[in-house]
Write a protein that binds this ligand. Structure first.
Ligand code: FAD
Length: 378
């Protein structure tokens, strides 16, 4: 079989991969995305809450002057189905704490498709239905051989945008924890129809032990409703629990979905010679709330810019990880701390209720959701 050489190969056409491809292609770099799905963004594995730029700059550091990213978060109206400017967090008793949000609900199918279109318009190529089946680093030449069902490829730079299970790192490093995201949290969600709230609602307690349930409205009578729980914390099938949650709320289920969210924080090694991990593959999801779309897009852009810097000024590719840590480090550290506190303290509905009634009035729940320190000092 012939081996095709491309300058940059990206595995995965999620928000991380397509944003990276767009940024590279705009600077004239030859870039190919290999995507295993037949349709980009389908099936969705998401609650479909997409943050606006205001939320992003309020959470992460050093982004205010990044015009390219700012423009990338200027999403067209057609993909913004419902404004989410308010969040309610419900305790087991039904008492709720409210706070502001700057986000919208969309369909990931449309959202991911929109990002992919921009990458292709910039000159990137995407090959669909082309799962990467293996990757080998050839010891003599130290080059990478990427094997798909139909083809074999080599490249100068390989980007792992394959999502939570980080397939590129799996092929190259097996279970080595230094390269792969940890604490994979199982989730299930349903697209529903019925009487849904206006607000992004979160439910804590036995409904989702050591995790949370969500209702994210997508329109006047449709929503994405889901559950994410710590692996092993829920007896029985998560889908059955979700079904009961929807039945109790009298919501008609139109379809089910699910996926894994890596909640263990950033991976230790994001740059391995000429391989860079971005988005979920780099463990950049916020552990206290499961959000990862904005970090996927931003890290994709940072990886592209690290490569451009490397080409122009021989700056080591490891500058990518330094930049990711400078931007996300504080928020992800606080978020991980909140999640670990939740794992430790939320042992029953009673304890959860008592602790949240202490944290709520002093703004601790809001700060945990926004990736600040829940107790100011802790
Ligand atoms: C149930 C659930 C709810 C969530 N809700 C939200 C939310 O509301 N808001 C939010 O911000 N975040 C949410 N997240 C997290 C968010 O979905 C991710 O952080 C985001 O999609 C990460 O983008 P990515 O590009 O890194 O990976 P992905 O979007 O997962 O894209 C990875 C791509 O790689 C492809 N791929 C994988 N393996 C291969 C292979 N071997 N060969 C070729 N292609 C491959 C996949 O098909 C996929 O298209 C949620 C996650 C889940 C599971």
């Amino acid at each position: 079989m012939d081996v095709e050489h491309r300058e940059v190969i990206i595995v995965g056409a999620g928000p991380a991969g397509t944003t990276c491809a767009q940024r590279l292609a705009e600077d004239g770099i030859d870039v190919l995305i290999l995507e295993r799905r037949e349709i980009i963004g389908n099936p969705a594995q998401c609650g479909e809450c997409i943050p606006n730029w205001g939320e992003v700059v309020g959470t992460f550091s050093g982004l205010d002057d990044h015009q390219w990213l700012k423009d990338s978060f200027d999403f067209p109206d057609r993909i913004q189905l419902h404004r989410l400017d308010h969040m309610r967090v419900f305790l087991p008793s039904g008492k709720a704490y409210h706070f502001d949000l700057d986000a919208f609900a969309g369909h990931r199918l449309q959202f991911d498709g929109y990002l992919a279109e921009k990458a292709v318009s910039a000159g990137a190529e995407i090959r669909m239905s082309e799962p990467v089946l293996n990757i080998k680093r050839r010891s003599k030449s130290n080059s990478l051989l990427i094997v798909t069902e139909n083809s074999r490829y080599t490249c100068d730079l390989l980007i792992d945008g394959s999502g939570s299970l980080a397939h590129v790192s799996r092929f190259l490093h097996g279970k080595n924890k230094a390269y792969r995201p940890d604490d994979q949290v199982p989730t299930a969600y349903a697209q529903v129809r019925g009487k849904v709230p206006e607000t992004f609602d979160v439910f804590l307690g036995s409904v989702a032990p050591k995790g949370y349930a969500w209702i994210i409205p997508k329109g006047p009578d449709t929503a994405n409703v889901g559950l994410g729980v710590r692996a092993g914390a829920l007896k029985g099938s998560i889908k059955e629990h979700l079904k009961k949650f929807c039945d109790d709320l009298n919501l008609e289920i139109l379809s089910f979905g699910g996926g894994w969210i890596p909640m263990g924080g950033p991976v230790k090694t994001m740059v391995d010679q000429n391989v860079i991990a971005i988005g979920d593959a780099a463990g950049l999801v916020m552990p206290s709330n499961g959000g990862g779309i904005s970090q996927a897009m931003i890290s994709g852009c940072f990886a592209a810019e690290a490569y451009l810097e490397f080409k122009q000024h021989q700056t080591p590719l490891t500058s990518y990880q330094d930049r990711v840590e400078a931007c996300f480090g504080r928020a992800l550290k606080n978020s991980l701390r909140s999640k670990n506190m939740g794992y430790l303290m939320f042992q029953s509905d009673f304890i959860t209720e008592v602790l949240l009634r202490i944290l709520g009035p002093i703004g601790g729940i809001k700060r945990a959701m926004e990736c600040d320190k829940p107790l100011w000092v802790l």
